[in-house]
Design a protein around this ligand. Structure first.
Ligand SMILES: Cc1ncc(C[n+]2csc(CCOP(=O)(O)OP(=O)(O)O)c2C)c(N)n1
Length: 366
């Protein structure tokens, strides 16, 4: 194991003291440490390409190598600025990448992570990015040498970290709840209020897993589900593409982290969606499922935002009172509508994960 403090001190010793990235469960102690100790030099980005780009900008103004962290699933979001701007043969910008390695060949993970995990090293090799697999404190020495090389050579360097490797000896804060409305209570009422044959497309994070849990528990019959186990931020696009070819009610249930990751997609939905497309934002102001890091979405006026992006009606729910009535108003609205639900974090321990994805897809497509 590696004490996260030692990893961060190694970076700082190399004058790499600006951090930006997208939260990841493997790296949750890393971002928690930054949040408590380096708040002023840590930026939580909405997606990994944006994190790399913030890092590039930092280098341009300071000549100092930034640290960009991400889950390996987000490496593909990062590819564009990594290849087309930072690459040695383009602008040659030195960067340190800290990559949470879901689905590494040593670990049996969920299907989407297993696919990415097996090719992560090859992606780095293809990009000519030297990397160290960090498994214990000794590996930090090799990583240190690579950082010194990258600084001198103005190149990109990376490390891969598997689940359970990083530890944090300092006490960690509990995940904060920004809102009160209970998630299970809301989703149960929602699923119980749907017309038959409603199609639901839900985001990665706890949202899909909470829906699976509720469907198992209460055996709701009126909806078919497509769970976005990966493709974070693309929930509304999948829902849009689906809804345009059907008259069926299509509900997109998104998280705030997921929505912000590719916020522009909501504009596409606002422009092109028909009235059978309904968008629900479960806004808990956190990346609940990967450690509770803030998304800052509580600062957004979603009524103004959604209306300026093309939605005709906006609804907001934050209390249990009149919940069913308010849900029905939204569901029966004949215009393109957006519902923001200000909601508490998930309270269910050990949420289930979707297991047979092909069966789920076939059932959804029936
Ligand atoms: C491209 C990509 N980057 C990062 C992740 C890691 N990740 C999984 S869920 C999640 C947070 C999602 O936040 P939100 O949509 O608010 O849902 P919540 O966690 O609150 O349930 C993140 C960052 C990922 N799956 N894919």
């Amino acid at each position: 194991m590696i004490d996260v403090k030692n990893l961060i001190n190694l970076l700082k010793k190399n004058n790499c003291n600006f951090f930006t990235g997208v939260p990841d469960s493997v790296l949750k102690v890393f971002s928690a440490y930054l949040q408590s100790k380096s708040k002023n030099s840590h930026i939580i980005a909405v997606n990994e390409g944006s994190a790399v780009s913030i890092g590039i900008g930092h280098y341009l103004s300071t000549k100092k190598m930034p640290c960009v962290y991400m889950q390996n699933s987000g490496l593909s979001n990062a590819l564009n600025p990594l290849i087309s701007i930072a690459n040695k043969k383009v602008y040659s910008i030195p960067l340190v990448l800290i990559i949470g390695w879901r689905g590494s060949p040593r670990i049996n993970d969920e299907p989407q992570h297993n696919v990415k995990g097996k090719i992560t090293e090859n992606i780095l090799k293809l990009l000519n990015i030297k990397y160290t697999i960090l498994r214990n404190e000794n590996d930090l020495k090799k990583f240190n040498k690579q950082i010194i090389f990258a600084k001198k050579n103005k190149s990109i360097i990376a490390c891969l970290i598997e689940q359970g490797v990083l530890s944090n000896r300092t006490k960690q804060n509990k995940i904060k709840n920004y809102y009160k409305l209970d998630k299970e209570f809301f989703l149960k009422k929602l699923l119980g209020s749907l017309k038959s044959k409603t199609k639901i497309i839900s985001s990665t994070g706890y949202n899909s897993r909470e829906l699976i849990y509720l469907n198992n528990k209460y055996k709701f019959k009126n909806s078919d589900h497509f769970y976005m186990v990966g493709g974070m931020g693309h929930t509304s696009s999948v829902a849009l593409g689906y809804s345009l070819q059907t008259n069926k009610n299509t509900l997109c249930i998104d998280g705030d982290g997921s929505m912000l990751m590719h916020l522009g997609s909501i504009k596409t939905a606002g422009t092109f969606a028909n009235n059978n497309f309904k968008y629900i934002l479960l806004n808990n102001n956190t990346h609940d499922s990967v450690g509770g890091q803030k998304t800052y979405s509580s600062e957004i006026n979603f009524e103004k935002l959604s209306k300026s992006l093309g939605f005709k009606k906006f609804f907001c729910i934050k209390k249990e009172i009149d919940l069913e009535k308010n849900i029905k108003k939204f569901l029966s609205c004949k215009h393109l509508s957006f519902l923001e639900v200000k909601i508490a974090n998930s309270r269910i321990r050990k949420l289930p994960r979707p297991d047979n994805l092909i069966e789920i897809k076939n059932k959804f497509m029936k």
